[in-house]
Write a protein that binds this ligand. Structure first.
Ligand code: ADP
Length: 523
């Protein structure tokens, strides 16, 4: 709509200066309109018509004082047009500044507005009309509500942490106490070990999730995408979720299309998203209930659905459960629920793959369905090269000498013990110069090298080792908390053969060292 369409009736108090006044209101980046002494609308600019979602009649008693369809006060109570700020300004011959009012448009949309109503006067001070300038603050209001919501959820999260200190730590502590008693009861020892392993895994997952949340918030989560088959991704997810599914006594019913479906995806990250859905289905379904995992191709997309017959989700929460730290209140959740991270991460992971995720439920007690849509890979891209440790053959010929370098002495000791247990000979070092010296004396076959070390860092250690006559033959493995392309490139430049991101996967490390041993000359 063009503002010049509107007929301008000069407010008597402004006669003689009407064109300048009109031009001013036309270009004002806010909604503006004027009324005459009878409250009839004499002018409105295009922002006013946009705000009202309609064009009121000029100089017509059907639209007195205001051009909106309906008005409400800030607390939602209806207000008649005869009680609006414009009407009050004229009736009381008084100026109103920054007064909140809610405008309802014909399409039902409501906008929150700050009204500034000013009466015009004649020479003897009698009101002859008024102007109202309205600023739409709905978006500010939404942003404020969103901020308040985030603040509330962070506080709830902190309260949750404070009241329930990360639960895995308590059993681990008790288990350590037991171990200290030096019991020789094999069964008890085995049970304690298994329990510690389970709790540690839970703790590692929690910390990993929190690290991922921070990475996503800082735009630092990098995907390593390659051509992968959906069935493989689902298999990885099912393997990860299986122990919990079995623990809860559920049956997983899997339905996949017969033809292979290819995606361009980061297999591990995408599997994590499916695993979260499977974990939730197990968590929020009564013991023994079935869980369905179904994939269906439609056009250029695949729809993967995780469906359960569990506690269900109230309609009002279907969107909100994807927000960070959000949980639905409920008895089962109080006993089983986590910290409200899983779905938020799953959504971010799916969206980074060009897809989306939706929750459906008929309501409480009626089960839930999560549908992930992912675009299919249309242009074939080369398959991901196999990681180095997969191509190395297994089977050992002699002991592998491994130097473990980490300034965290406990971490170094724990890793060295694991490696010794796997039949390797180990040495430890805890700073840059110490690492170079230990390498000189020990002549390792492989070095597991932390990046952040005192005096000089892991890259520097790697360079110095490579400069030695025996250096080029050493298998150098960077072990860091950073896995972005830039970090991997820097490691390669420093002379590393492999870049691993913490926490280390011990099974993969075992395969790698077995392969390395196989390549060593026979003693
Ligand atoms: P949590 O670790 O609390 O499970 P999520 O982000 O994975 O965190 O899920 C957020 C909330 O969504 C849960 O606390 C739960 O209230 C609800 N929810 C998720 N999946 C299901 C499901 N399959 N059935 C019922 N409620 C679910």
């Amino acid at each position: 709509m063009d503002a010049t369409d509107h007929k301008w009736k000069v407010p008597p108090a402004l006669a003689g200066d009407d064109s300048r006044f009109q031009r001013l209101l036309d270009v004002l980046p806010a909604a503006a309109y004027t009324c005459d002494a009878d409250g009839l609308i004499t002018y409105y600019n295009k922002h006013a018509a946009e705000l009202w979602g309609r064009e009121p009649k000029l100089n017509d008693p059907v639209d007195r004082f205001c051009g909106s369809l309906r008005l409400y006060s800030g607390d939602g109570a209806p207000i008649s047009h005869a009680e609006c700020w414009m009407a009050l300004a004229m009736r009381r011959n008084q100026e109103y500044k920054g007064c909140e009012v809610i405008v309802e448009r014909p399409d039902g949309d409501r906008r929150t507005v700050l009204a500034h109503a000013n009466p015009f006067h004649d020479d003897v001070g009698k009101p002859t009309g008024a102007v109202n300038i309205m600023v739409d603050i709905s978006d500010h209001g939404r942003a404020e509500t969103a901020l308040r919501d985030v603040d509330r959820r962070i506080n709830e999260f902190l309260a949750m942490l404070a009241h329930e200190p990360p639960s895995p730590l308590a059993p681990i502590r008790s288990a350590l106490h037991l171990l200290r008693r030096d019991t020789d009861e094999g069964v008890a020892l085995e049970q304690t070990r298994a329990m510690m392993e389970r709790q540690l895994l839970q703790m590692v997952r929690l910390v990993d999730d929190l690290v991922d949340v921070a990475r996503i918030a800082n735009n630092q989560l990098v995907l390593c995408k390659a051509r992968v088959e959906l069935a493989t991704v689902l298999q990885v997810a099912i393997e990860a979720a299986r122990p919990f599914i079995e623990e809860c006594g559920h049956e997983l019913v899997l339905t996949l299309p017969p033809e292979p479906i290819y995606l361009e995806a980061d297999q591990a990250r995408l599997a994590q998203a499916f695993c979260s859905l499977l974990d939730n289905a197990s968590k929020y379904t009564e013991r023994g209930g079935p869980i369905w995992l179904t994939a269906k191709r439609e056009g250029h997309a695949v729809f993967v659905t995780v469906h359960d017959g569990g506690i269900g989700i109230p309609a009002g929460m279907l969107r909100r459960i994807f927000d960070l730290f959000t949980r639905v209140d409920g008895t089962m959740e109080q006993t089983r629920g986590g910290l409200g991270l899983g779905l938020s991460l799953a959504r971010a992971q799916v969206e980074m793959h060009g897809g989306d995720i939706e929750a459906r439920s008929e309501g409480l007690g009626k089960g839930s369905e999560f549908v992930i849509r992912l675009p299919l890979l249309l242009e074939p891209i080369p398959a991901d090269p196999q990681p180095a440790y997969d191509v190395l053959a297994s089977g050992s010929r002699r002991t592998c000498r491994v130097l473990v370098v980490d300034d965290n002495r406990d971490a170094a000791m724990a890793l060295a013990l694991v490696l010794q247990h796997l039949g390797n000979e180990t040495r430890m070092a805890h700073d840059g110069p110490g690492a170079v010296q230990a390498a000189e004396e020990f002549r390792p076959d492989a070095v597991l090298l932390d990046h952040d070390l005192p005096i000089f860092n892991g890259d520097e250690v790697a360079r110095k080792i490579r400069e030695r006559p025996w250096g080029p033959a050493v298998y150098l493995i960077a072990v860091t908390g950073w896995g972005q392309d830039e970090d991997r490139r820097r490691s390669a430049e420093a002379g590393f053969d492999l870049h691993l991101v913490k926490p280390l996967d011990h099974a993969a490390l075992e395969t790698l060292l077995a392969g390395l041993r196989n390549q060593l000359p026979r003693p």
